[in-house]
Design a protein around this ligand. Structure first.
Ligand code: PGA
Length: 269
């Protein structure tokens, strides 16, 4: 399995992750990953300095694995969801061990579209996170408040409660990534401000410190997601507690996504 860049000695290596959602079949996935790798190599991107991950649909993963392995591409990948159960009688589901067999590094868990359209509760998301960790995957757990939550409870309360539900279910030493994605910012073209993202990222890190200790808080990456584009990534990456981005719509365009990955070059962060 591809090594995920995370250790206290390394510090927190920024992660730019593309959530393709239900876009690109396996042929389009191959073409996209090839172009992305060429574009980043042409630009002499330092993959050790900013990690690049893509999250294709399940049916693309085998093709992406084959391409990445054959061409030794420095891009990592993961699935957009996973079953909480071990292999067995769960029609239509995909086990964490199957994803590990495809050399997935990560898996997205608890995206707001899963919570909203498929009724995933904090309990289900916690169980999926535990299953992913059990299979050696790094879960990228998404948390975030709706516009109504924001008005009623402020920005941090719901994301922190969602994170706490996951922390209840995983080992203290588990490796994971958190993505703060305000529901009102996803796909809306209205991102949070960098200050809002920092405020919640810092509350999430404080929660990790309180539950798992200072070292876990120091090494765990907290991403921001929600209408991230090449022209706004810099503001987020300047925040001390924001360690990368989960990018939806803008991750489907090679040039746009590659410009987000290269935020250090074009904006001088
Ligand atoms: P967006 O989506 O970048 O299109 O807002 C982000 C996400 O859903 O992860």
């Amino acid at each position: 399995m591809a090594r995920v860049n995370r250790s206290p000695a390394d510090g927190r290596i920024p992660l730019i992750a593309g959530n393709w959602k239900m876009n690109f079949d396996h042929l389009q996935a191959i073409a996209f990953v090839q172009k992305l790798a060429w574009s980043l190599k042409d630009a002499r991107h330092d993959f050790g300095a900013v990690e690049v991950a893509v999250f294709p649909p399940f049916t693309d993963l085998r093709s992406v694995q084959t391409l990445v392995a054959a061409d030794k591409l420095p891009i990592v990948y993961g699935a957009q969801d996973v079953c909480a159960h071990a292999p067995g009688a769960f029609t239509g589901e995909i086990a964490a061990s199957f994803l590990a067999q495809l050399d997935c590094s990560y898996v997205l868990i608890g995206h707001s579209e899963r919570r909203t359209f498929y009724g995933e509760t904090d309990e289900v998301i916690a169980a999926k996170t535990a299953a992913a960790i059990g299979a050696g995957l790094v879960p990228l757990v998404c948390v975030g408040e709706t516009a109504e939550d924001l008005e009623t409870h402020g920005a941090s309360a719901v994301p922190v409660a969602q994170l706490n539900a996951v922390l209840d279910a995983i080992p203290k030493t588990a490796d994971f990534v958190v993505a703060y994605e305000p529901v009102w910012a996803i796909g809306s073209g209205q991102p949070a401000t960098p200050e809002q993202a920092q405020q919640v990222a810092s509350a999430l890190r404080a929660t990790i410190a309180a539950r798992l200790g200072d070292e876990a808080a120091a090494v765990t990456r907290v991403l921001y997601g929600g209408s991230v584009k090449a022209d706004n990534i810099a503001g987020f990456m300047r925040q001390p507690d924001v360690d990368g981005a989960l990018v939806g719509g803008a991750s489907l365009d090679v040039e746009g996504f590659s410009a987000i990955v290269r935020y250090q070059k074009h904006v001088g962060v």
